[in-house]
Design a protein around this ligand. Structure first.
Ligand SMILES: [Zn+2]
Length: 318
């Protein structure tokens, strides 16, 4: 090959390499600018997966982009948050929101369904629609509207949107290139609780079974042994990222912490029952100093009652 020709070929290859480096840098810059543009409430978990939590104790709302449209997991703590999530979706993709998955029935996860549906289909486990209709407060929108001018605007067009699809034990959704495995956990938090597992991305949306550094409100139908079983099942999936129903996303440490808390609670209540103490005495005397810095200490009585029920049912043993 002639020397001059070889030189110019080498130069053009150098230029090409240089351009491709510039291109890659631009792509990195664009994607980080993108995530930043979504605002301070959003975090990127993985490519095309974002989670919003307006405040630490607020519910999480997640955006999962696919080639065929968007999947939303929970619709925000308040309608203001729901609209912020919708704005983020509009910045990320021109594709429609196809599916909303509710991980529980409570309003801080489901009120915003109306922002996405139609056109989105809403999915949760069986019993979700009945529970939402039963708990529906026709004054909720009016009460919210009085909070602020911003809220008044956000609740415009509010109506109750309950799941269009309910499944039994588990189901699989395939939207675009992504797979979503929905797992129905019973008696762990609300009347219908769904964890969402993305096996390829190894991301788990864990519903409100375990909330980081927070005492959960345990309703009379909820069972601590069932919570522990759900935690073990979710841990066995070996997720890389765990997105709880409230608070910051993290790892399976969220499960480890909750598991230790509930096991210790069962152990202490069990000992007191064996010592012949009444529920009232246990309520007064039981201390969990290891968890004094967790939020919502006022929910402790509901936790003690649930542990007491488990012990009396003979399910308090590890
Ligand atoms: Zn809840």
């Amino acid at each position: 090959m002639e020397q001059g020709h070889a030189d110019s070929l080498e130069n053009s290859m150098k230029l090409e390499r240089c351009l491709s480096v510039i291109g890659a840098l631009l792509a990195v810059f664009a994607s980080s600018a993108w995530a930043q543009d979504l605002g301070p409430h959003f975090r990127k978990i993985k490519d095309g997966i974002y989670v919003q939590s307006a405040r630490e104790v607020n519910s999480t709302s997640s955006i999962i982009l696919t080639e065929e449209g968007v999947v939303i997991v929970d619709t925000g703590q308040t309608p203001i948050d729901s609209r912020e999530v919708m704005e983020a979706v509009r910045k990320l993709t021109p594709l429609p929101v196809r599916v909303v998955i509710n991980t529980e029935v409570h309003p801080d996860h489901t009120t915003g369904n109306f922002v996405f549906s139609p056109p989105a289909l809403v999915i949760n486990a069986e019993g979700a629609s009945d529970a939402m209709r039963k708990a529906y407060d026709p004054q909720r929108a009016n009460v919210l509207a009085k909070e602020s001018a911003e809220m008044r605007e956000a609740v415009q067009d509010y109506r109750l949107v309950t799941p269009h699809i309910e499944y039994h034990d588990k189901t699989t959704l395939r939207v675009g290139e992504r797979t979503f495995e929905l797992l129905h956990f019973k008696n762990v938090h609300s009347e219908a609780d769904t964890a969402v597992w993305l096996p390829n991305e190894r991301v788990l949306f864990a519903a409100s079974v375990a909330i980081p550094r927070s005492i959960n409100n345990i309703r009379p139908f909820v069972s601590i042994p069932d919570i522990l079983t759900a935690i073990r099942t979710m841990k066995s999936l070996n997720p890389e990222v765990v997105v709880p129903g409230h608070g910051s996303f993290g790892t399976t440490k969220i499960f480890d912490d909750s598991q230790r808390y509930y096991e210790l609670l069962l152990e202490r209540v069990g000992m007191m029952v064996r010592d012949g103490k009444s529920l009232d005495q246990i309520r007064r005397e039981l201390r969990m100093p290891e968890y004094a810095d967790w939020s919502y200490q006022e929910r402790m009585p509901t936790n003690i009652e649930a542990a007491y029920r488990a012990v009396l049912n003979g399910r308090g043993q590890r």
